[in-house]
Design a protein around this ligand. Structure first.
Ligand code: SF4
Length: 267
């Protein structure tokens, strides 16, 4: 059973859990006070644009049309150039996906597919009041042999040594609850900048139940505990990419440390 403090902040998502663990003050701004982001970081805007272009291309919009329409929505030439550097890998990714689909018997493609579970891990609607954990799958393929491949697009740098399963465990739990006939799940990360897709070994339903579900529930409890003491700031290098840094006193202290003058310095 989840604790009361975990239930208070439901529904949880992978990003909500990581925000709580990284900086309770940011969690407070975003999920408790629900303050609209005072500034949107270029990285976030470019990441969203690439996700949108990929989504449209995978849904059938011709690639040049999708990428140029999304590009035009970016506010500056510099962001458009950074977007171009990432978007250059989209045709190759779509070709690989096409080859992969021809080799395997795909029963269903899932693009930007929302899933949610209640606290007892039964499925519910994404916006339902009883949702406990939820997420949106970037891309998934259900195969006729009852296996499932999930792909998460990432625009950031690859984190050396991190496990794909750890990063995608929440999606595996959601998918295993929604598609109970599935016998194995492959988890993949599409590193857009590196034009590479990294796959895990197949995860079986027993592993989801024995390992991924307890890990996910423990992470949610740890996140709820981290924010239980109130909006404690946890400043660090990540403040440079925080959309709330302009209104966060802790960030201002880090970025504008007062210069101390000593008489000797003036010689
Ligand atoms: S600026 Fe830093 S300390 Fe302040 S809310 Fe953002 S991440 Fe937390």
């Amino acid at each position: 059973m989840p604790s009361t403090r975990a239930l208070i902040h439901a529904p949880w998502s992978a990003s909500k859990v990581s925000t709580a663990l990284r900086c309770p003050r940011l969690f407070h701004f975003k999920y408790i006070q629900k303050i609209k982001e005072p500034e949107v970081m270029p990285e976030a805007r470019i990441g969203k644009a690439i996700h949108k272009a990929l989504e449209q291309v995978l849904m059938g919009t011709p690639e040049p049309e999708a990428t140029s329409a999304v590009r035009a929505e970016l506010p500056s030439e510099i962001e458009q150039m950074r977007y171009d550097n990432l978007a250059i890998g989209i045709p190759a990714f779509v070709t690989r996906i096409g080859q992969f689909r021809r080799r395997r018997r795909v029963a269903r493609q899932l693009v930007e597919y929302s899933l949610a579970v209640r606290e007892d891990l039964t499925t519910t609607q994404f916006y339902s009041g009883d949702a406990y954990f939820r997420g949106v799958l970037d891309l998934g393929y259900l195969f006729e042999d009852d296996s499932l491949a999930l792909v998460d697009h990432k625009t950031g740098a690859r984190i050396p040594g991190s496990s794909i399963v750890d990063q995608l465990e929440g999606y595996a739990v959601l998918a295993a609850s929604a598609f109970r006939h599935v016998k194995r799940v492959w988890l993949g990360i599409h590193w857009i900048a590196e034009r590479a897709v990294e796959w895990s070994a197949p995860v079986r339903p027993e592993e989801v139940i024995d390992r991924l579900v307890p890990d996910l529930l423990d992470n949610i409890e740890a996140a709820a505990l981290a924010v239980d003491d109130g909006p404690r700031p946890n400043p660090g290098s990540w403040c440079d990419r925080c959309s709330y840094r302009g209104i966060c006193p802790a960030s201002n202290e880090i970025r504008y440390e007062p210069v101390e003058w000593y008489e000797d310095d003036e010689d």
